[in-house]
Design a protein around this ligand. Sequence first.
Ligand SMILES: Nc1ncnc2c1ncn2[C@@H]1O[C@H](COP(=O)(O)OP(=O)(O)OP(=O)(O)O)[C@@H](O)[C@H]1O
Ligand SMILES: Nc1nc2c(ncn2[C@@H]2O[C@H](COP(=O)(O)O)[C@@H](O)[C@H]2O)c(=O)[nH]1
Length: 195
Amino acid sequence: MYELKDRSWLFVFTGPDGSGRKSVAEAVGHTFGMEKIVSYVTRQPRPGEVNGQDYRFISHDSYREMESHGEFLESVEIDGNLYGIRSLDVESMLEKHDSAYLILNREGATILKKIYGDKVVRLFLYADRRTVEERQRKLGLPDDVISQHLGHYDTEMEYRGFCEHAFENYDLAQTTYEITNTLENYLQRDLVDKD
Ligand SMILES: Nc1ncnc2c1ncn2[C@@H]1O[C@H](COP(=O)(O)OP(=O)(O)OP(=O)(O)O)[C@@H](O)[C@H]1O
Ligand SMILES: Nc1nc2c(ncn2[C@@H]2O[C@H](COP(=O)(O)O)[C@@H](O)[C@H]2O)c(=O)[nH]1
């Protein structure tokens, strides 16, 4: 397994679907020039999703092939689809940058935490069930996807207490501001150490 450098951080955005992880993560990532480690997935792209940006969309067979070669750092099945983070992607990202972010469900966040310990900072985002449902309807997600997501709502919400930080997300700008400040504490700690 790849050893993370002393000053490397993996920020994991987690929480229920529709809590705003992607929106906040992109805004915070933009502020710090921090990139996302893109997951591999076997599901079909949804309208508007871009291969290589949202996910790397691959066939079930290709996924199983990669898995058989031990390419995934973590790999989970969610609602019949396979999702995974490739070890090499983490390695090459952290060779180039001191930090990166990922958007994972609780299972993935737990696996990464187990592997990399203090280097993994879990940022839990949440909003009430009705709000996350409304956001997903507004986005135009199909009913079956929304109900699958809502089926995970309670389990994901129970993860809040395990995460290093938790943020209620109703005001996008405010949440982004709070998370930016939180990350600065990690990243600046390193800058001070370097002086
Ligand atoms: N604070 C907010 N207020 C209103 N709308 C928001 C807020 N945060 C995010 N949204 C909107 O909610 C929708 C879902 O957000 P986003 O995709 O970022 O969530 P997510 O947790 O990554 O969910 P998913 O896993 O389904 O993509 C998007 O349309 C986004 O613009
Ligand atoms: N454990 C992992 N979870 C992942 C990964 N990539 C995405 N996700 C999470 O899966 C659900 C479903 O996503 P959807 O886009 O199909 O609706 C969501 O919570 C994602 O954040 C991964 O590599 N590992």
